[in-house]
Design a protein around this ligand. Structure first.
Ligand code: SF4
Ligand code: SF4
Length: 129
């Protein structure tokens, strides 16, 4: 997503948040892996959109009858290997599961795109852009 007004481009991916708001699937199609990754069973999923609505930052997308969310590629995220600029990092430490409680309140009435925009703008401003 482009945020021209503060001069950043950004991608919104699952934070493996502490609260795991998306783990509320009525069909029990979502499980949480050992690294906190969100795993969706495309077999059980009925594309209801409850998980997408629950995520405070818009990290879940439904497109062409498929639910997309970062599942950490089983622990070795391929995007990190692919990014030649070294712009992506992944660390398993105490900061790995941030709390999104504040963002959940702030983005309560937003749709997914608005949540992504709000989140990226907040991150960009915190980093001094
Ligand atoms: S609520 Fe959003 S950020 Fe948190 S685990 Fe689910 S998809 Fe990831
Ligand atoms: S879209 Fe699929 S995975 Fe998400 S809550 Fe609905 S049934 Fe569950």
């Amino acid at each position: 997503m482009n945020l021209y007004e503060i001069g950043i481009d950004g991608a919104v991916v699952c934070n493996q948040c502490q609260e795991r708001y998306c783990d509320c699937c009525p069909e029990k199609a979502i499980t949480i892996g050992s690294l906190g990754e969100v795993v969706v069973s495309q077999t059980l999923c009925t594309l209801c959109g409850v998980c997408r609505k629950a995520c405070p930052i818009g990290a879940i997308e439904i497109f062409n009858d498929f639910v997309y969310v970062c599942d950490l590629c089983g622990g070795r995220p391929k995007c990190i290997e692919a990014c030649k600029e070294g712009a992506i990092t992944f660390e398993v430490d105490e900061t790995h599961h941030p709390s999104l409680t504040a963002l959940k309140k702030e983005t309560k009435k937003m749709n997914s795109s608005q949540k992504q925009y709000f989140y990226l703008k907040k991150l960009g401003l915190e980093e001094g852009n």
